[in-house]
Design a protein around this ligand. Sequence first.
Ligand code: 5GP
Length: 208
Amino acid sequence: MIKRKGLLLVVSGPSGAGKGTICKEIITRNKDIKLSVSATTRKPRDGEIHGVNYFFLSKEEFQKMVDNNEFFEYAKIYDNYYGTPKSAIMESLENGQDVILEIEMQGAKQVKEVYPEGVFIFVLPPSLKELKSRIVGRGTETLEEIDKRFSCAFEEIKKISDYNYFIINKEVSKSADELQEIISAEKNKVTRYKDNIIDKFKEELEKC
Ligand code: 5GP
């Protein structure tokens, strides 16, 4: 076995592009990839479960975590705070477990500064028209929230050059295939193994 650190996959894209659905499909296909559960001050939507979809916190609880330096990254998005708890991420990566963060661009930028070896993937909608109809169609936001999310979309797309890969999400299963290919290629990058490959064969040679 050649040892390697886990991959940190950071998936971003405008609201409604479908990044959450793609990530869920990847987790279903790869039981050994872990999806990080974020903390947020946003209210739970119908069916969302504390500890599964998010850790739903009050503003005071969130601020306390900020003060205690418990976030890997955090950002204010559409009037609410969202953050990735540090706990478990670094440990998982050190143990060789791959982790997905489904986060927006401000947070992804912070992650890139502290963890440049992460893999940064941007999910695009096929068109802005399609994006709007997806946001409206899922029926989880008020009209005001829909407008806010849609009007941010182009600003977000302009930040795509901070990312390593993009996926145009026309069909979830095809997009998940593309993400799977990105993961496979990244896992075989020589730089991720440092001297582990040489060490493994050196050990074998000594036994031959
Ligand atoms: P939603 O309210 O639709 O669940 O999420 C709104 C946005 O927040 C999405 O773009 C989502 O990717 C992003 N988000 C979710 N968790 C985090 C997080 O921990 N950090 C950051 N920076 N963004 C997050």
